[in-house]
Design a protein around this ligand. Sequence first.
Ligand SMILES: [Zn+2]
Length: 307
Amino acid sequence: MENIIIGIDLGGTNLRIGAVNTKNILVQPLILKSECIANSSSPIYTLCKIIDEYLHNTNTTHIDAISIGVPSSVENDNATVICTTNIRNQSGEAIFSHVNIAKNIKNYFHVPVFINNDVNNLMLYDTIAHHLEAKKVLVGIYIGTGVGASVIINGEFLKGKNGAALDLGHIPYYGKKDPCNCGKKGCCECYASGWRLQQIRKEYYPDSPISELFTLHKTEEPLRDFVSACANIYAIMATIFNPDALIIGGGIPEMKDFPKEQFEREITASVGKDVLSYGFDMIYSTPFVGKGIIGAAEFARKMLYKS
Ligand SMILES: [Zn+2]
C-alpha cells in the first residue's frame, strides 16, 4: 500500500487511530481510551508511542503524514492546540493548552504532522459523504459531550484571526447562570450537550439508561427543553451564516429516537426570517465511528497538495 496517512481522532473519551489510503478507505482502525494520554506525565510522548506501536502492529512501514483531530480550537499554524477544555489530567488541568504538539511528533516520525479541530475533520468527512464540496456556505454543529462547530466558506474553514473562532460551546446563553467547565457561567454547553443530558438523567430519570432517554421520555418537559436548547444554537448559527446546508451531528442527534421533528420545527421557528426566506438543507451526519479518522486524513491531503 502507498500514500498512507495515519489519521487520529482524539476525543474526550476515546482515541481512534487508523491508516487511510488515497481512496479514503480506512484499514485496521483501533480504539483506545483517551485517559492513557490524559493521565500520562508526558502526553505527547505517549501519543508518539501509541502511533509507533500502531505502525509496528499493522506492519505499516511508509506513511505520508500524520493528522490528528483534537477537541479544541487549533491555531492557524495547524500545529498549536489552544485548549483541550474537555480533556484534563488528574490535577484537573487541560492536557494541552497553547502547545505546539505537531513539532514533537514530527521530530519523532520525520513526516509532516497536521493538527486540526476534531469537528473540522468531521465536517470534511460529511462534506465529501454528502457531496457538498461545491456549496458556498456550510455550517456544521456537532453536539456530543460538548458542542463543536465548523464553518466552511468557499471551501475554506472559518478560523478567525488566531484560529479560536467558533468556540460555540462557550457562547453565552443570555440570562443563564449555571457554572461551565471553562470557568464561565451560562455557556451553551451547560444547556445543550451530552454533559447536560447526563445531568437531566441524574435529576429526573435515574432509573433509565442514558441510551433509552429519548425513547422513554422525549415527550416530557425536561427533554423537550433540552431539545429546544439544542435547536437554539443551530438557529443562531443559521441566522448568522445564511448557509446552503446545516450539518447536524454528534452523539446527541445520533441517539436512538432523538426527536428530529420537534428539533427541526424549533430551528425553523427560531431562524431569522430573511435567512428563512431563502431556506437551507438540514443534513444529518452519518453515524460511523471512523469518520474522524478519515476526515483527519482528508485534512492532511488538503494541506499536502495545496498549491
Ligand atoms: Zn464555558
